[in-house]
Design a protein around this ligand. Structure first.
Ligand code: CUA
Length: 321
């Protein structure tokens, strides 16, 4: 993203810099050219429509170019590619907690391989923070009570600064970390060194422990909606609206199930607000998503619902948490 943002920024600097120079030069020239001389009286000019239209129309067109260019960069920066690798981030006073889909957990560090699209799904445990990587030219507020998203593709190995860019209390300035961009082979070694099972497997375990599976059954229709294949699909609500079952909807349905209830189901699900941590909500969301990738036959992403995933769950069950 960086070169897009830089190109726009340099364009803005050049255009405004040239205008500033032009204005300064003309001020000096006119001051000298039309200075007071004894015996010469100033001629009064009553305005010129063509001149005024010109100096309004040209800047207007330049501003429109800046607007369209800025919008294009903005939408690109706001739209993660569909096949991006997902990483969950939980902010708290004063640290960044990172959970990879493969199960690695990190604090104030994020390891990524070079050349891969990374989508960060972020939330906060307390106040508003902001996830800022200056070298990648991306910054996104991280809010309590919902997910926000940002994405990047690192193109050069190295270690890059991570800052919190929203004042969040006494040690805000210490809420920093590093983005470690590695060559794919190095990254694989790092991944394999981690003892954790996939995040979705943690989610599956929590799903069973909380008894979710007694209502959200996989085999027959239970008292709650079936969750297989639900992620990313439109959902009919009891009040007649239709919503897309995205991360924020899944999250809300866990923490505040009554607010947007699926059509045809009774309001019997209890809230899990305060009973599950942000990390556990993330794991549950990852698990529900994994059911959908398995259902649609998309084998490219790690899926706990597949046969291999299920085996891994058993193997790693004791290490998760
Ligand atoms: Cu977190 Cu500032």
């Amino acid at each position: 993203m960086a070169h897009n943002v830089d190109a726009l920024y340099i364009f803005l600097l050049v255009v405004t810099g040239m205008m500033a120079l032009l204005v300064c030069a003309l001020v000096i020239y006119f001051a000298a050219r039309f200075r007071y001389r004894p015996g010469i009286r100033a001629e009064q000019i009553e305005g010129s429509t063509p001149l005024e239209v010109t100096w309004s129309a040209i800047p207007f067109c330049v501003f429109l170019v800046i607007f369209a260019w800025g919008a294009a960069v903005y939408f690109k920066e706001r739209t993660p590619p569909a096949d991006a690798t997902e990483v969950y981030v939980v902010a708290k006073q004063w640290m960044w907690k990172v959970e990879h889909a493969e199960g690695q957990r990190e604090i104030n560090e994020l390891h990524v391989p070079v050349g891969r699209d990374i989508k960060l799904i972020m939330t906060s445990q307390d106040v508003i923070h902001s996830f800022y990587i200056p070298a990648f030219r991306i910054k996104q507020d991280v809010l309590p009570g919902r997910y926000t998203v940002e994405w990047f593709k690192a193109t050069k190995p190295g270690v890059y600064h991570l800052f919190c860019a929203e004042y969040c209390g006494t040690q805000h300035s210490g809420m920093v970390g590093s983005i470690v961009v590695q060559e794919p082979a190095q990254y694989e070694a790092w991944v394999n060194a981690s003892p954790n099972g996939p995040l979705s497997a943690s989610g599956e375990k929590i799903f069973a422990e909380l008894g979710c599976s007694t209502c959200h059954r996989a085999d027959v229709q239970g008292r709650g909606p079936k969750l297989q294949g639900v992620f990313g699909k439109p959902v009919q609500l009891e009040d007649g609206r239709t919503v897309t079952a995205d991360e924020n909807y899944l999250r809300e349905s866990i923490l505040d199930p009554g607010s947007r209830r699926v059509k045809g189901f009774q309001p019997i699900m209890p809230t899990f607000q305060g009973l599950v941590s942000e990390e556990q909500v993330n794991a549950l969301v990852a698990y529900i998503k994994s059911m959908s990738t398995a259902a649609s036959g998309d084998g490219t992403r790690a899926s706990a619902a597949g046969p291999q995933g299920a085996a891994q769950t058993q193997n790693n069950g004791s290490q998760v948490q």
